[in-house]
Design a protein around this ligand. Structure first.
Ligand SMILES: *Cc1c(COP(=O)(O)O)cnc(C)c1O
Length: 494
């Protein structure tokens, strides 16, 4: 199976698509046809997470050998995760939570970023790329740490992360500047996230810099969420979760479930859609947004419009006005018509808005869009704590709140799988404030201990580690010094 671009249909193998990230025409790579599982739920329900991962990913990464893929999987889903199940399913208050926060940075990005480095280096080998891969990333907090943890000490790679020096939370900053590994560097930038991102983009497009890199045996690559090397590992946990639900008798094999996904860039929920196409009986894909409800409005009206106020919420990883992975769905709604998709994406970049046709809207019936206000999000945290003793993070709470609206709006009583994307320990302050406002005056680490006492869930290694870890990365630079910082780290001749 090959991949084609959503903008022109140019083709690539899976390993080429992973190496490139974005197609040369600016489009996203999509499978030429979506694959179907070739083993049964009966077989899948007795497999480990790693075995399920192989059964799913082999369908998407067809130019990887069995050994290559199994090695990538074994390197990724190991003791970095604090449970052998990797993605456990918990039942609370009659709904199921798929916990995707048991990896090294206690959030769902670990599910993909722990395997991407191995997929990338394997792809490089397969395509006779001799250079080391240099990952260059700008982060507003979460992705940076997950990428650092994924790439640290992976042979054949280096990673450079830029973050806005005053634009990430104290815990996020501490997580990044304490990152160990001989191949990593983390640099604070005297500017905001946009400045960091613009600086990184400039370097990606700089031919002279690319030449210098090549001379020293390096080439840039990006770890961002449109890479199919991030998308395909996310299909795995939907297959795994359904098989586990069947195994414990929560659902009869073949009977449908609904999934509820807290959504930002549309990557996670698109993976659920791919799982549905692969044969997992998912009835409705509930797309949950926070107050940045551009996707909710899109599902309601067929108009995608980013011209609106931007809100900073307690679920920052969903504070997004352009959901880049939505382009893959738009392309499918258009009947795999690259010209139609390209025109809509042109309108998005020039006018900030586009409208899909009524026929395209009809193909959206698998989706339900909802959103939760900040108040509703906090209420959901409090409610789950008080009624089930289960503490959820604000992103998961957005999903739980939207699920309630969805369930109230229909007679649908299918089992629901709510995707839980972060540990409450990652957003301790918002979580504790939602439960009780008397915690306001406490420090972040005091709150960690309070949360532990209250939830009975032990403090994750990721949090314990940063309490005492030494700061390794103290570099700060101005926006126009970013390229120099890269040259220095890689020892490039100027
Ligand atoms: C990235 C992220 C999301 C959003 O996922 P998308 O794939 O971008 O839709 C939700 N919750 C958390 C905690 C995240 O880190």
């Amino acid at each position: 199976m090959n991949y084609k671009s959503t903008r022109s249909g140019i083709e690539a193998t899976a390993s080429e698509a992973i190496l490139k990230g974005l197609a040369d025409d600016g489009g996203l790579y999509v499978p030429a046809s979506l694959p179907k599982l070739d083993c049964s739920i009966e077989e899948l329900q007795n497999m480990s997470y790693q075995q399920v991962a192989y059964e799913v990913m082999k369908l998407f990464l067809t130019d990887f050998t069995e050994q290559e893929l199994k090695d990538c999987i074994a390197n990724a889903y190991d003791s970095k995760f604090d449970t052998q199940e990797i993605a456990p399913v918990k039942k609370e208050n009659g709904v199921y939570f798929l916990e995707l926060f048991h990896g090294s940075t206690i959030a769902f990005k670990d599910m993909a970023l722990s395997i991407l480095p191995y997929l990338l280096t394997t792809s490089a080998k397969k395509n006779h790329v001799e250079n080391d891969i240099v990952i260059l990333t700008a982060t507003s907090g979460d992705t940076g740490k997950a990428a650092l943890a994924g790439f640290a000490d992976v042979p054949g790679t280096k990673i450079i992360v830029f973050y806005p020096k005053d634009g990430v939370s104290p815990i996020q900053q501490k997580q990044m500047v304490t990152q160990q590994g001989d191949n990593v560097t983390v640099i604070g930038v005297d500017g905001n996230f946009d400045d960091c991102q613009t600086g990184v983009k400039k370097m990606f497009n700089d031919q002279a810099l690319a030449e210098c890199l090549r001379a020293e045996g390096y080439q840039f690559s990006s770890a961002n969420s449109i890479n199919i090397g991030r998308l395909t590992p996310q299909v795995v946990y939907y297959v795994y979760a359904y098989a586990q639900l069947v195994k414990r008798g929560a659902v009869q094999n073949g009977d449908p479930i609904n999934v509820v996904v807290p959504t930002g860039n549309f990557g996670n929920i698109l993976a659920a859609y791919y799982a549905k196409h692969a044969g997992i009986p998912i009835q409705t894909l509930v797309c949950a947004s926070n107050e940045n409800k551009v996707l909710f409005d899109f599902f309601e009206t067929g108009v995608y419009d980013r011209n609106r106020e931007f809100f900073l919420t307690s679920s920052p990883s969903m504070d997004i006005l352009i959901s880049s992975n939505l382009e893959r769905l738009i392309y499918m709604l258009a009947g795999d018509d690259a010209a139609v998709n390209t025109e809509l994406m042109r309108q998005l970049s020039e006018q900030g808005r586009y409208e899909i046709t009524p026929q395209m809207r009809q193909r959206l019936q698998d989706f339900y869009g909802g959103y939760a206000s900040e108040e509703e999000t906090a209420e959901a945290i409090k409610e789950y704590y008080e009624t089930a003793g289960y503490v959820i993070d604000p992103h998961t709470a957005v999903a739980a709140s939207v699920y309630k609206k969805f369930a109230d709006s229909q007679t649908d009583d299918k089992p629901a799988l709510i995707v839980s994307t972060a540990s409450p320990y990652k957003f301790t302050r918002s979580v504790m404030n939602a439960i009780d406002n008397r915690y306001d005056s406490k420090s972040d680490f005091e709150l960690v201990d309070e949360l532990c006492a209250l939830s009975g869930v032990s403090v994750p290694r990721a949090i314990e580690e940063i309490r005492s870890a030494p700061v390794i990365h103290k570099n700060v630079c101005a926006v126009d010094e970013m390229e120099n910082a890269v040259r220095k780290f890689l020892n490039l001749s100027v």
